[in-house]
Design a protein around this ligand. Structure first.
Ligand code: HEC
Length: 221
């Protein structure tokens, strides 16, 4: 190449030569592009999303259970986002229709999860509505699902020798798992967690949210 020798003092800079101003303004352009793409666009897309008619806000106990779910790391093994049939056969696994943004209207923070070591739980309340089953499964997953790699959560329960006290919620374990002479009693955190799990039910139609103007007639056919 016969470009100008490097030693020649040049009057103007070439386009690709950097100085502070160019670095800073280049960084600003990239940053504002990323902000537009990752903050502004999602905001514009989602700002009008309203809770679906069929979705109820969480109760205080369910919110407590949600905190137990977060603290216990359930999200490390369980997703809450059934996918479209084009991406995964979730519907035929019985996990429910593909979720939409409105399904998470009351979820802060959302618990979408990325790992699926266990089944998706967004509709577990519809799929498994038994409180007894959930309590027993949390205490001893393998008593319900042989060979399960889900960890048991014994600290959410209290073992009592002999009989239960009035007011105790006794876990009805399957015959093989129950130890004679002792009862397993669910602590408040187990009860709250199960109450949260049972509330997970997005089996209503995906797009049934009504426009604000016709919200007054919500529920009428
Ligand atoms: C190490 C991974 C792991 C963790 C952590 C975990 N699970 Fe699981 N979970 C599984 C696996 C695997 C299964 C499927 C086998 C079974 O039913 O035990 C499962 C099954 C379940 C089921 C039954 C799902 C169905 O469709 O029948 C529920 C409910 C559940 N887990 C809730 C929880 C909750 C609540 C927590 C947190 C307290 C939790 N899991 C933590 C792995 C995990």
């Amino acid at each position: 190449m016969n470009g100008a020798p490097k030693s020649t003092p040049s009057a103007g800079k070439s386009f690709w030569e950097m100085d502070e101003m160019r670095i800073v303004s280049g960084a600003m352009v990239i940053l504002s592009g990323a902000t537009a793409l990752l903050v502004v666009m999602p905001y514009l897309l989602l700002k009008d999303v309203r809770p679906p008619v069929g979705l109820k806000p969480y109760t205080a106990v369910q919110l407590e259970g949600r905190q137990v779910y977060i603290a216990s790391g359930c999200v490390y093994c369980h997703s809450q986002q059934p996918r479209d049939i084009k991406q995964a056969p979730d519907a035929s696994r019985g996990w429910g229709r593909a979720s939409v943004a409105a399904d998470y209207a009351y979820d802060t923070p959302h618990l979408l999860g990325t790992m699926r070591t266990g089944p998706d739980l967004l509709n577990i309340g519809a799929r498994q509505p038994s409180k007894d089953w959930h309590l027993g499964h949390l205490y001893a997953p393998r008593a319900y699902s042989p060979g399960s790699i889900m960890p048991p959560y014994p600290y959410m329960f209290e073992i009592k020798k002999g009989a239960a006290q009035p007011g105790d919620v006794v876990v009805n374990l399957p015959p093989g798992a129950a130890v004679p002479g002792q009862v397993v009693v669910a602590k408040a955190e187990a009860l709250a967690l199960v109450s949260y799990l049972l509330s997970l039910d997005r089996t209503y139609p995906a797009l049934a949210a009504l426009p604000i103007s016709s919200a007054a007639s919500a529920g009428k056919p």
